[in-house]
Design a protein around this ligand. Structure first.
Ligand code: PLP
Length: 339
């Protein structure tokens, strides 16, 4: 039995999700006639504290739609140096939206509001216009770090006083909310728009949500169509999303407990160093002292039935989720002890 700790995206839909998909009432969503999609979008908008929400195919698509909707070609956007939008979206912001990124190095994923303020462009014929500020919470490459509410509040303050929108890449915002014991709205009050993934820790098979005001969503809807993301009887996959939002959020604390257990165990193993403060469901481990690279270490783990992903030359990422049991965490620790 393989212990798959590569990502929380590997979670399979629950039985309830499969039933919901089977029974979903559907219509043509390009005509805004799919009642199940409408229900999911209304529910998500309410939970995220925004006027409207839109179901999109993936987190990447949702983020790109936000950049395309907020910006025009030639704009500059401010984002964290290792943010997903900058690091993992294939250069799409430049390829599609024609914007240039200006990265800011964060601390555990949190950018300094002062550095952002300094980076905002002035009114000068030589300069690009700052079109958007992107924040990420939890921050993936910072090891699932929760960006503090206070930091988000200050960034939003700087942004609004400069008339610049803020987009939150909240692929794992549910983990941030459960980790802090607060609501999604506590975060989204400090953002103009937000993207959340239903297909990660919440276990839905497909899809993300973007949310914002009415005007933003109606313009984003057009971008979705342009990008080929206008889907037809998509209630079939929106139905599991409703199950995800209704019953899969609170249990994320179990994933956080499993990550804590994994990191506590790993920190007792010689040659392995946990390099992140484990706020949520991600554990980053440096294997340099074992005298191997992350890729070599992962190969060895794979022979013993554990899957993980490289996160740099000598760092390995382990992610806990719904489909890994506490027993599997224990066996993983036994195996790690021998590798
Ligand atoms: C996974 C992830 C995305 C992209 O989501 P996909 O559905 O895989 O396209 C965006 N941002 C962050 C922070 C992520 O972790």
């Amino acid at each position: 039995m393989v212990i798959d700790l590569r990502s929380d995206t590997v979670t399979k839909p629950t039985e309830e999700m499969r039933k919901a998909a089977y029974e979903a009432e559907v219509g043509d969503d390009v005509y805004v006639e799919d009642p199940t999609v409408r229900k999911l979008e209304e529910m998500a908008a309410e939970m995220l504290g925004k006027e409207e929400a839109l179901f999109v195919t993936s987190g990447t698509q949702g983020n790109q739609m936000a950049v395309l909707t907020h910006c025009v070609p030639g704009n500059e956007i401010l984002l964290e140096e290792e943010s997903h939008i900058f690091y993992y979206e294939g250069g799409a912001i430049s390829a599609f939206a024609g914007v240039q990124p200006r990265t800011i190095k964060g601390t555990r994923g949190a950018m300094s509001p002062t550095m952002i303020e300094t980076a905002i462009r002035g009114d000068d014929i030589h300069l690009p216009e700052t079109g958007l500020i992107c924040v990420e919470n939890t921050h993936n490459r910072a090891g699932g770090a929760i960006v503090p509410l206070e930091n988000m509040a200050r960034i939003y303050d700087v942004a609004t006083s400069n008339n610049i929108p803020v987009h939150l890449d909240g692929a794992r915002l549910f983990n941030a909310a459960v980790g802090l014991g607060c609501s999604l709205k506590d975060f989204t009050q400090y953002t103009t728009t937000v993207q959340v993934c239903l297909s990660k820790g919440l276990g839905a098979p497909v899809g993300s949500i973007i949310a914002g005001d009415k005007n933003f969503i109606s313009r984003a809807r057009k971008w979705r169509k342009r990008l080929g993301g206008g889907l037809r009887q998509v209630g079939i996959i929106a139905a599991p999303g409703i199950v995800a939002l209704s019953s899969m959020i609170d249990r994320l604390s179990e994933d956080h407990d499993k990550a804590k257990k994994l990191s506590d165990g790993i920190s007792m193993i010689q040659g392995l160093t946990v390099v992140n403060q484990v706020d949520t469901n991600i554990v980053l481990v440096d294997v340099a002292k074992k005298g191997v690279t992350s890729v070599e270490f992962i190969e060895k783990l794979k022979e013993h039935g554990i899957l993980a992903v490289p996160f740099g030359q000598t760092v390995v990422r382990f992610t806990t989720h719904y489909d890994v049991t506490n027993e599997q965490i224990e066996s993983a620790l036994n195996i790690l002890n021998q590798c």
